[in-house]
Design a protein around this ligand. Structure first.
Ligand code: URA
Length: 176
């Protein structure tokens, strides 16, 4: 991934951000794409959204170091715009291989970009905080932690979703 040139994001990135976490993680978190801090450090969710994510994982009783964290696209979209469909398509093979390697119990989808990649017909308003099955994966959509920064009313909703996630994981939500 660090040397990938499959899409135009490779031309503007500083560093690719493949993701990080144990390869036997039970929980696999998918965000949208690296932001400025992630692009500089080559690590996912290390900026303001990352601090929110760390807090939410805490609400779920999950340690960040025990969770695999990655994004739909591994390189920063300029101006933090939403990744284009072609960019996400080009990057999909990496995500698919990461999922095949880790075989998580639950895939947490952060925000609409991640949701639409896995469940194109779902919306966050109705799917957040629920476990859904698709493509042999157990999927758990919720709001993107950056959305909480702009919309404080989402804070409690997201926290409740993560508490529910923690409950599902401790109950041993099925690994496909
Ligand atoms: N937002 C994302 O979607 N991913 C990151 O890695 C950081 C912020």
């Amino acid at each position: 991934m660090s040397a990938c040139e499959l899409c135009p994001l490779s031309k503007t990135r500083t560093r690719a951000v493949p993701g990080e976490g144990p390869t036997d993680a039970e929980v696999f978190v998918v965000g949208e794409g690296p932001g400025r801090n992630e692009d500089a450090q080559g690590r996912p969710f290390v900026g303001a959204a990352g601090r929110q994510l760390d807090g939410l994982l805490g609400a779920a009783g999950l340690e960040r170091g025990r969770v695999f964290i990655t994004n739909i696209v591994k390189c920063r979209p300029p101006e933090n715009r939403r990744p284009a469909r072609g960019e996400a398509d080009a990057c999909q093979g990496y995500l698919r291989r990461q999922l095949a390697l880790v075989r998580p119990r639950v895939v947490v989808l952060l925000g609409d970009s991640a949701l639409k990649r896995f469940l194109p017909d779902e919306g966050l308003a109705t799917s957040h905080g629920r476990l859904l099955e698709a493509g042999g994966l157990s999927l758990f959509p919720t709001y993107h932690p950056a959305a909480m920064i702009y919309n404080r009313s989402l804070e409690e909703v997201s926290r409740r979703d993560f508490v529910e996630l923690g409950r599902l994981v401790s109950r041993g939500a099925a690994r496909p």
